[in-house]
Design a protein around this ligand. Structure first.
Ligand code: NAI
Length: 472
């Protein structure tokens, strides 16, 4: 089979790149080898064992927490509320299956050839790359002018102990527990640790998070991280920072962990351990070395600002290249690459990539933090507005947190927006649009925001940049 473009990897980077390439008129194939429940399943980590299933469980657990903790304030009571964890997991699995089928549907609609198996580079001959695909021993070769590598990432593991997804879990295991463990230790207070810790804490698990760094969420704006920490610990998450992990023993009935905290040696036992210490680029099986594909010392495929690798007509996007490991970053790079192959000149701006952590309160940001602006010596002013008296937030019963806007002192151009509070995962888009259009804080201050809405807090933060907040 001969193609114009073959995409290796069917996650949010790869499948979006394939659709855009097909839209642009290229004969396109996408090959993927992710297996869920014994079957090939498109969508990669994000859809199968990442972003989407975790959001399903975050919602289910949040509903349960509301029922047991805050519905009484609305006058809604329920005797003996129960959570059926296996039903919750089945609902999550249904969502994943539906969405994975949706990608296959989109492939058919766009006349993209869907292939499954492990893809690896053979050689370049007559201006085409020969890619061999191994589907459990059934081998075939396809040829393509352009190759887009979108092979994603795999969880980083600890040298002390291997993941078995029984007592020692990674993200996939923590999404598939059939009952809430009595207690759970999570190593790594990053995005996955906090999201999955929240899920199981809301369902009654005692959660302890052990973090190596001294500072909590060091890449998040300090004021936001402090506010989030306050709420997470109030919810009962035990978060220990500055921890040095020692030996870890799987006792069969649980996990014993030795660690050092403030110079003192400690040992604690848990039912389960989840390891969430970051992810590594996945380039296994590609035969990268065989064809001279350049990777850096950490295993990331080396690309230029247009995602071009050192090999002719070979591109790489998403988690397997530099930049944040975020699904939407991967998708956008996929679009940019397909359009570059078509001779267009799209650009990718790392400074306007939004970040979201789906805890309660949610955390979202775009652009520079205050600390980053101080480091580069950029003069800035800030406007901070709280959700505390916002009518919509009060109605929702969730009026924690704030929006902070940072703008250049000289030009008033928005440099960063940092949010912690209800539905800030949605509110952040306004800030992204504003920054993409190089808006000033005054531009946002002059825009009419619906009343009552959470977005009024963003409006107030923009007004506060000029010391003219109306409700503060
Ligand atoms: P992460 O990089 O967010 O956090 C890992 C944490 O583990 C860090 O705080 C790090 O200091 C700590 N750590 C590393 N080694 C340790 C050790 N030996 N002992 C104790 N702590 C240690 O990585 P995470 O949470 O595993 O997520 C992986 C990737 O997936 C991230 O890049 C993240 O952006 C992405 N992701 C994004 C989501 C979102 O956008 N909402 C959701 C889930 C994952």
């Amino acid at each position: 089979m001969d193609f114009d473009v073959i995409v290796i990897g069917g996650g949010p980077g790869g499948y979006v790149a394939a659709i855009r390439a097909a839209q642009l008129g290229f004969k396109t194939a996408c090959v993927d080898n992710f297996i869920r429940d014994g079957k090939y399943s498109l969508g990669g980590t994000c859809l199968n064992v990442g972003c989407i299933p975790s959001k399903a469980l975050l919602q289910s657990s949040e509903n349960y927490a509301e029922l047991t903790h805050s519905f009484a304030d609305h006058g809604i009571t329920c005797t003996n509320p129960q959570i059926d964890v296996s039903k919750m997991i089945a609902r999550k699995n249904n969502i994943v299956t539906k969405n994975a089928g949706g990608i296959s549907f989109l492939f058919k609609k766009n006349k993209i050839t869907e292939l499954h198996g492990l893809a690896s580079f053979n050689a370049e001959a007559d201006g085409k790359w020969q890619i061999s695909i191994d589907d459990n021993g059934n081998k075939q070769q396809v040829n393509a002018t352009h190759v887009i590598i979108a092979t994603g990432s795999v969880p980083r593991t600890l040298p002390q102990i291997a993941i078995d997804n029984k007592n020692i879990l990674d993200n996939a295991g923590a999404l598939d527990l059939n009952e809430a463990p009595k207690n759970l230790c999570i190593i790594g207070a990053g995005v996955i640790g906090l999201e999955m810790g929240s899920v199981w804490k809301r369902l009654g698990t005692e959660v302890t998070i052990l973090e190596a760094m001294d500072k909590f969420l060091p890449s998040v704006d300090e004021q936001v991280a402090k506010e989030a920490y306050k709420h997470f610990t109030k919810q009962g998450l035990v978060i220990k920072t500055g921890i040095k992990i020692g030996t870890i023993t799987d006792t069969g009935s649980g996990v014993k962990i030795n660690f050092e905290e403030a110079g003192a040696s400690k040992e604690e036992s848990f039912d389960k351990l989840m390891v969430a210490i970051g992810r590594l680029p996945n380039t296994q099986g590609l035969n990268a070395q065989g064809v001279g594909l350049k990777t850096d010392e950490r295993g990331f495929i080396v690309v230029d600002e247009h995602c071009k690798t050192n090999l002719n007509n070979v591109w790489a996007i998403g988690d397997c290249v530099r930049g944040p490991m975020l699904a939407h970053k991967a998708s956008d790079e996929g679009i940019v690459v397909a359009e570059r192959i078509a001779g267009q000149h799209p650009h990718f701006d790392f400074n306007t990539v939004p970040w979201v952590i789906y805890t309660n309160p949610e955390i979202a940001w775009v652009g520079k933090t205050e600390q980053q602006l101080q480091e580069i010596g950029k003069p800035y002013k800030k406007g901070v507005a709280s959700f505390i008296a916002n009518g919509r937030a009060l109605g929702l019963g969730n009026n924690t947190g704030f929006v902070k806007m940072l703008a250049c002192t000289e030009t008033d151009r928005i440099l960063g927006v940092h949010m912690v509070g209800p539905f800030v995962s949605e509110l952040i888009s306004e800030a992204v649009v504003a920054m993409e259009f190089m808006a000033s804080s005054e531009d946002l201050a002059r825009i009419i925001h619906a009343h009552p809405s959470l977005s009024e807090v963003t409006h107030e933060a923009a007004l506060a940049c000029d010391n003219r907040q109306l409700h503060g």
